[in-house]
Design a protein around this ligand. Structure first.
Ligand SMILES: Nc1ncnc2c1ncn2[C@@H]1O[C@H](COP(=O)(O)OP(=O)(O)OP(=O)(O)O)[C@@H](O)[C@H]1O
Ligand SMILES: [Zn+2]
Length: 703
């Protein structure tokens, strides 16, 4: 085990083609933030860096679609994303961006070093070219069928269905996303990182030295290495990006995945460069903390990237594993002077109400929207996303679960305990901490349990088991709640005030411990609680003690930490999602092609009439069927119709309908159905009656 002197913690650079959603948070940002806040509370040296990933094809596609420049696209989302991270309490030391000068310099320098060492392969090859757009088609400029899984919307660099990393030339039936045309082949020169030459070194690095990585991460790496690594192009024929830093390469830029991870390095560089003079000038631009410089004694950014005693930790989602565990380390191996990731605690994916979160389909809970709709409730989302984080397998976020975790855990357990102990202290002892008297055996048991929590929570965090850590934390809140419920100070106050002093002292010590231990998870509430308790500057290592608040210490007024979230608030969010779903269905619905021609005689065989529904009831034990009685003008007959999901029986009595009366009767669920009601099916799948625009006599023929 290496001795760790300092930590460099990174979260995946969010791609600036949209705001951040709850999937991003659960995958790469919230766990990192919890980890870093914990390290800070432990007094460790740490920098936490991130920034916007601003290059690459999707940005240029978006810019084109919106009629603006790529720079305008990234400026817009850099601000939306940066603001929302800050307001959500993601405590980056710097939120940088890859379009910055420092990034251009750093990425160019690293490329140049590898180039000068002769470690790239230079190769002219045939690449797809769109003749209409006069452009080479890299990455997302080309789509086609994935050769691995057959998905027909795979991109030139990756299949989002099976997760395979692809080369554009692997695609079956390639099409340009610029013109929709089939591209031609044209030769062009590119630089390749020969990953195959690093195979042995990577195998040792991962398969031998990092058997401790999370199973999902280790498993993916193993399968990559097992397949055998191939050289990978690290340049592209594009305008938007970091120009290839060698002469005669006009119109070529660095591949976005070569550029992006270097963003972590340049962010750290920028941070250290700003330490003095420029510190206050750059607060807004880089989301620096006015009140807190990074907690590190390192003299330069290099110590955080080149020292063997630095622990480098990348927080990412599962689709980024190969880039962080194989490609980025291989780049740094080729460069030669950097350390490689020590830990890559990648998460699986969070889904939303059983569907994959998607920026393009607007199936997401957007952080910037959440912060408006749930003002001052950052901690509720932080709590729920941590409690349900997809640490070992994909997981689902639902609004009902969000509501119930708030109401039955945060409000009913944690909030309730804090409220009781603070309110009672004010009521009985003017908000003063009373001295501890004789302890009962139960008191001693509770205190012993309290003492075990900081180490348990800490160990879970250090092992990247944030859900478990949060559960331990809540167990301590539960312990506090139970302690008061069992000792019932509100009853004892009439007979034994001395005993109540001890009970509330113990209760307040638990509350004070919770204030410190809560900080990594729910920092806004931790701060409120600490201020209620008039508690400051307690470090993680001081917790577990029953001496955090001295006898005679004055508490401040109590405030509620959490409040109940009502049904209507949740229903509104669910409705938003339903509206999105409907809009997507309508957008995706293709009109069914026309059927084959028929003769007039064939048409005339159908006897369609106008009738009126005169009674309707649900068919027992079915979801879809209604039993209708229809006055057809000829007779009154029974029709079984599959419309129960769309209409209440009572609401359709009196409705005029079109009915095919000479359809041969048939038995449905034991009822003879004599005819068929004609319905129109809308794009969203909803059924509507087809009826004359004004009332007509029952039995009128439709011809
Ligand atoms: N649903 C999700 N669950 C967990 N992690 C996710 C999810 N979606 C994205 N991530 C992670 O968030 C980080 C930033 O993602 P990035 O900006 O690259 O967006 P993305 O993966 O293209 O997502 P989207 O397609 O939804 O915009 C990455 O590490 C990615 O793995
Ligand atoms: Zn695929």
């Amino acid at each position: 085990m290496k001795e760790i002197k300092r930590y460099t913690v990174t979260s995946a650079l969010p791609y600036t083609n949209g705001p951040v959603h709850i999937g991003h948070l659960a995958g790469a940002y919230l766990p990192a933030d919890i980890y870093v806040r914990y390290l800070r509370a432990k007094g460790k040296d740490v920098v936490f860096v991130c920034g916007s990933d601003e290059h690459g094809v999707p940005i240029t596609i978006k810019a084109k679609a919106e009629g603006v420049t790529p720079q305008q696209v990234v400026d817009k989302y850099h601000k939306i994303i940066g603001d929302s991270f800050r307001d959500f309490g993601i405590s980056f030391d710097i939120y940088h961006r890859t379009s910055s000068k420092t990034q251009h310099e750093t990425a160019s320098e690293i490329f140049k070093t590898i180039y000068d060492k002769g470690k790239f392969i230079e190769e002219t090859s045939e690449q797809y070219f769109d003749e209409k757009a006069q452009q080479f088609l890299a990455d997302r400029y080309i789509t086609g069928t994935c050769p691995k899984c057959g998905y027909d919307k795979a991109y030139g660099d990756q299949c989002e269905n099976c997760g395979s990393t692809l080369n554009a030339t692997d695609l079956i039936n390639p099409k340009s996303t610029l013109s929709g045309e089939q591209p031609i082949m044209k030769s062009t020169k590119h630089w390749y990182l020969p990953l195959d030459q690093y195979q042995t070194q990577l195998e040792k690095y991962i398969l031998e030295d990092h058997k401790d990585w999370k199973t999902n991460v280790f498993g993916q790496c193993k399968s990559w290495l097992h397949q055998g690594l191939q050289p990978r192009a690290v340049t592209r024929d594009l305008e938007w990006g970091i120009p290839v830093p060698i002469p005669g390469t006009d119109g070529k830029v660095l591949y976005v995945w070569f550029d992006a991870p270097i963003g972590y390095i340049s962010a750290t560089k920028e941070l250290f460069g700003l330490k003095d003079a420029a510190w206050s000038d750059k607060h807004d631009e880089y989301y620096l903390k006015a009140d807190r410089k990074p907690q590190t004694s390192a003299a330069s950014w290099e110590e955080h990237w080149k020292s063997k005693d630095t622990q480098l930790v990348h927080f990412i989602g599962k689709d980024n594993i190969v880039f962080h565990c194989i490609i980025f380390p291989a780049m740094l191996m080729a460069e030669g002077s950097y350390i490689w990731a020590d830990e890559v605690p990648a998460n699986e994916f969070l889904n939303l109400e059983s569907n994959k979160i998607s920026t393009s389909r607007n199936w997401a809970v957007w952080l910037n929207d959440y912060l408006v709709d749930f003002k001052d409730k950052q901690d509720v989302l932080r709590y729920v996303l941590c409690a349900t984080a997809p640490e070992t397998k994909d997981n689902d976020f639902t609004w009902k679960d969000f509501q119930s975790r708030n109401n039955s855990e945060l409000v009913a357990i944690f909030g309730n305990f804090i409220n009781r102990v603070v309110v009672l202290s004010h009521k009985y002892f003017e908000g003063k901490v009373m001295p501890m008297g004789a302890m009962t055996d139960f008191d001693k048991e509770v205190i012993a349990e309290l003492q075990s929590y900081p180490a348990k929570i800490g160990a879970s965090i250090e092992n990247y088991r944030f859900r478990e850590a949060l559960q331990e934390f809540m167990s301590l809140a539960r312990l506090g709640n139970k302690y008061l419920a069992d000792t019932e100070p509100w009853k004892l106050i009439k007979t034994d005030e001395e005993r109540v002093k001890t009970i509330l002292n113990i209760g307040l010590q638990i509350a004070a411990n919770l204030a410190v231990l809560a900080e990594p998870f729910i920092p806004f509430s931790a701060k409120k609680l600490a201020s209620m308790l008039n508690l400051d500057n307690v470090s993680w290592d001081e917790t577990g003690s029953i001496d955090l608040l001295k006898a005679g210490h004055q508490l401040n007024e109590g405030v509620l930490l959490f409040d109940k979230i009502e049904d209507d608030v949740i229903e509104l969010q669910i409705k938003k999602l339903m509206d999105t779903k409907e809009a997507n269905e309508v957008a995706n619905k293709v009109t069914v092609p026309a059927k084959e021609n028929i003769t007039f005689d064939e048409f005339s065989k159908m006897d369609i009439r106008v009738g009126t529904i005169i009674s309707a009831e649900k068919v027992a034990k079915t979801k879809k069927l209604l039993k209708l009685t229809v006055d057809t003008g000829i007779d009154q007959r029974t029709v079984v119709s599959g419309i129960a999901e769309y209409f209440d029986p009572e609401s359709i009595i009196g409705q005029q309908v079109s009915i095919l009366v000479n359809l041969a009767p048939r038995e449905i669920k034991g009822i003879e159905s004599q005819g068929m009601i004609l319905m129109a099916e809308d794009a969203d799948g909803k059924l509507r009656f087809t009826a004359p625009t004004a009332k007509v006599k029952n039995g009128s023929e439709i011809r």
